[in-house]
Design a protein around this ligand. Structure first.
Ligand code: RIB
Ligand code: CA
Length: 318
């Protein structure tokens, strides 16, 4: 079975780190490059974290390109991200300062170069705000048709939001970028909160994982510590949602996802519902579906799969 060749646009971020770990632990996936974007923390920190993760996870051969530091239009609201992911963006994990450097090329240009060099061969995963992806679409008219598939962690369809009552963080952090991406014609699969909130990694899972004496197991414990504390304080649950890692299920376990095709767009009107993603279930707009949407998932099965693969990877990296 040929591997799915992936370029990952990310704002590490605790769950971004777990997504990168799961991708590297999955033989079905070939992670070819990382592009960083503002989001959970500032771009200097998301880029530093991406480089530190590549070194820590024995993936120094994968290039990383630094991307946009601000949303297209609205000002960023950092404090939210740091509350969940810690001031470094890596929770309580202390990864060594990376020796790796980002490549010279800006993330937007790197995305354009890579996808135009091999049209319809590469899959783009976007698990942070969509600023880099939107600018690649606007800067190079051929970019959209060169992307084989775009898998996005983002949005809240029937679910409430996690950064406003209505909007999910990645979309809310740059709703104008999301609007460009959603209306670009790229084949999109959206993994919204409706599914990701059903994939809860518990403190009991973390304890089980740490029966292995491995720096990877300890990293998973440490990087999720602030995340879990946040959920316990604000949502009354000792665990954390595997938002970003669930995107990998589109490749490694599609049977766990309940996918529907819908016309989905995002509110950019500037009012209280700005950043809200909505699916036109009643086909009121009379527009064709523009994406596949995961509206449900077998959450516990996905979390168990995540733990099995991370355990295997941890045993190989003691
Ligand atoms: O809403 C969850 C998303 O926002 C995840 O990508 C998380 O890393 C944050 O960026
Ligand atoms: Ca993220």
């Amino acid at each position: 079975m040929p591997k799915t060749r992936i370029i990952l646009d990310t704002d590490p971020g605790a769950d971004d780190a777990l997504a990168i770990l799961l991708m590297l632990a999955s033989p079905e996936i070939q992670l070819e490059a990382i592009t960083t974007v503002h989001g959970n923390v500032t771009i200097d920190k998301t880029t530093r974290n991406a480089l530190a993760l590549l070194e820590f996870l024995d993936a120094k051969n994968i290039p990383a390109a630094q991307g946009c530091s601000l949303p297209l239009v609205k000002p960023p609201h950092q404090p939210k991200g740091e509350m969940v992911h810690g001031s470094s963006g890596m929770g309580r994990a202390n990864l060594p300062e990376p020796t790796l450097k980002p490549i010279e090329t800006h993330a937007v240009d790197h995305l354009i170069e890579r996808f135009l060099a091999e049209p319809k061969e590469l899959t783009l995963f976007a698990i942070g705000p969509l600023t880099n992806v939107a600018l690649a679409i606007r800067k190079e008219p051929k970019f959209a048709q060169a992307v084989k598939e775009l898998v996005i962690m983002g949005g809240a369809i029937r679910s409430g939001g996690n950064v406003t009552p209505l909007a999910e963080f990645n979309i809310s952090e740059d709703p104008h970028a999301a609007h460009i991406v959603f209306n670009s014609g790229i084949p999109i699969t959206l993994i919204p909160l409706d599914a990701t909130y059903k994939c809860l990694l518990t403190s009991a899972d973390i304890e089980r994982l740490n029966k292995i004496d491995s720096p990877i197991a300890r990293f998973v414990r440490d990087v999720t510590a602030d995340y879990m504390a946040f959920y316990l304080k604000y949502e009354g649950f000792a665990g954390c949602a595997l938002h970003d890692p669930l995107t990998a299920a589109t490749v490694i376990a599609p049977e766990l996802l309940s996918i529907e095709q819908h016309y989905v767009n995002v509110d950019i009107s500037g009012g209280v519902s700005t950043g809200k993603t909505y699916a036109d279930f009643m086909k009121a707009a009379k527009k064709p579906a523009n994406m596949k949407v995961a509206l449900d998932v077998k959450g516990r099965e996905f979390v168990d799969m995540f733990l099995r693969r991370v355990t295997t990877f941890a045993k190989q990296h003691t």
